[in-house]
Design a binder for this molecule. Structure first.
Ligand code: KIV
Ligand code: ZN
Length: 457
């Protein structure tokens, strides 16, 4: 049976760029837009043309250079904004004007200082005008999740009648809970005349850490477009993360039986490119693309991974463009991983020698946190030269090993990891970011059995 297709609307270049420290110049935006095209997103929101000449130019150059994806420009609900957006989109093969107007009483009273009647009229007029210019018009009632539901239905019905083809429901302040957000989408589908003629879209912010859960709840209730950003960047706590939404659907089709056009192996390269351009690092434990997402330090986990990666990974790193899983050698590591790294460094040991290396390794890891290959090689040399009786490890370390090594500043660490990955077709040679000793998982039969990312299902 065919799975419903979800349109992935990427707003990294618009809402994402609104996050502190993430602004990009025209060239950077164009470069990232080309990567988003390789990633396979359906819609690229390229910017807010009235906001600045730079944003106008960025939308214009992205519109002129990309042919496959829809290119959207944002506009407030007024003629000047809509005209400016349309001007920027002139060269686009598939242009979209995205009009927004706040609808919650809080925004109407304190920000816009207009009545509900005026809001309804302004939304209708702006969409009508946009439609006179462009066939593809999206409307967003900003702060929809804090809007009176009956009024929201009225506005949505009015903009559909005025020609909107996509209706986006923003959880602008990240206030909604998943069941609540899903219920709101369901209510709109039940109550709004003409809703079945348009695409319903989700747009969730992450203030309570629920942006992805809310977006998925919306999809389950009939939304067919998801607005999201690479690395989840965006205003305040960010937007729903594109990579998490896509992989939730890929890894759990039993729960989320939907298709997207995303080439998932482009997720990590896209994430790295964004981090490099903005110099905003990705948190190490970020799902899917964080540097620890496929790293294992605990001995029990490492042992499981070496026996069969199914034990501790639910998708293959390759399926999201990460070159390989890594076993990080730290104080929680076990003999199995240590022995393998020694082998990868060209040394095999008898049980007694390995026990000694392991004993010294744990003492060292406790002290300096990050054991590098060079440290391991010194231990190996010591033990191989027959220095088994030297139990004064701490004393000998005083001469041989440096004090606790600090990690590289993050942007360099990211580049180091990216560089090592991209240049190295044989992961066993890679010692990992910041020079830390890491064990690459050898290619085994398990891999060929479970080539795909669906290891957990
Ligand atoms: O969060 C929001 O409400 C927005 C709209 C402009 C769509 O970003
Ligand atoms: Zn937003």
């Amino acid at each position: 049976m065919d799975r419903p297709r979800i349109t992935i609307f990427d707003t990294t270049l618009r809402d994402g760029e609104q996050s502190p420290g993430c602004s990009m110049n025209v060239q950077e935006k164009l470069h990232l837009a080309q990567q988003l095209d390789r990633l396979g997103v359906d819609v690229i929101e390229a910017g807010f043309p009235i906001a600045s000449d730079g944003d106008f130019e960025a939308v214009q150059s992205i519109a002129a250079s990309l042919r496959r994806p829809i290119v959207a420009g944002l506009a407030r609900a007024c003629t000047g904004d809509v005209d400016r957006a349309w001007q920027a989109l002139q060269g686009a093969a598939r242009p979209r004007i995205h009009v927004f107007l706040a609808t919650s009483d809080i925004h109407l009273k304190y920000k816009l200082r207009i009545t509900r009647e005026k809001c309804l009229e302004q939304a209708r007029e702006a969409v009508r005008h946009a439609k006179s210019l462009c066939a593809d018009v999206e409307f967003s009632p900003e702060d929809a999740t804090r809007t009176d539901v009956a009024f929201l239905c009225q506005v949505v019905e009015a903009v559909i009648a005025a020609g909107a083809t996509t209706v986006n429901i923003p959880d602008t302040v990240g206030y909604s809970m998943p069941e609540e957000y899903g219920q709101l989408i369901r209510t709109l589908r039940e109550k709004v005349a003409g809703i079945d003629k348009v695409t319903i879209s989700t747009h969730c912010h992450n203030d309570l850490g629920l942006a992805v859960a809310n977006s998925l709840a919306g999809v389950q209730q009939g939304a067919r477009q998801v607005e999201c950003t690479i690395n989840g960047i965006g205003e305040r706590a960010g937007n729903a993360s594109l990579e998490e939404i896509v992989m939730a659907m890929r890894v759990r089709p039993d729960r989320y039986a939907y298709e997207t056009g995303i080439a998932s192996e482009q997720l990590y390269p896209s994430s790295q490119m964004l981090a490099e351009i903005t110099r905003v690092p990705v948190q190490p434990n970020k799902a899917i693309i964080g540097r620890n997402a496929f790293a294992h330090e605990a001995g029990i986990h490492q042992d499981g991974m070496l026996k069969n990666p199914l034990t501790y990974e639910i998708m293959t790193p390759q399926s999201v463009g990460v070159p390989d899983s890594r076993l990080v050698l730290g104080k929680h590591s076990g003999r199995h991983a240590l022995a393998l790294r020694c082998e990868q460094l060209g040394h095999q040991f008898e049980r007694r020698e390995l026990d000694e290396i392991y004993r010294r390794f744990v003492v060292l890891a406790d002290r300096i946190k990050k054991v590098q290959d060079s440290h391991l090689l010194e231990l190996i040399q010591d033990v191989s030269s027959g220095n088994l009786s030297n139990s004064d490890v701490a004393g000998s370390q005083g001469k041989k090993f440096p004090p606790a090594t600090a990690a590289l500043p993050f942007p360099r660490a990211v580049s180091a990891a990216a560089g090592a990955n991209s240049n190295d077709s044989h992961p066993a040679q890679v010692s990992g970011s910041a020079g830390q000793a890491m064990v690459s998982i050898p290619f085994t039969d398990h891999h060929s059995d479970q080539e795909d990312y669906l290891w957990g299902v």
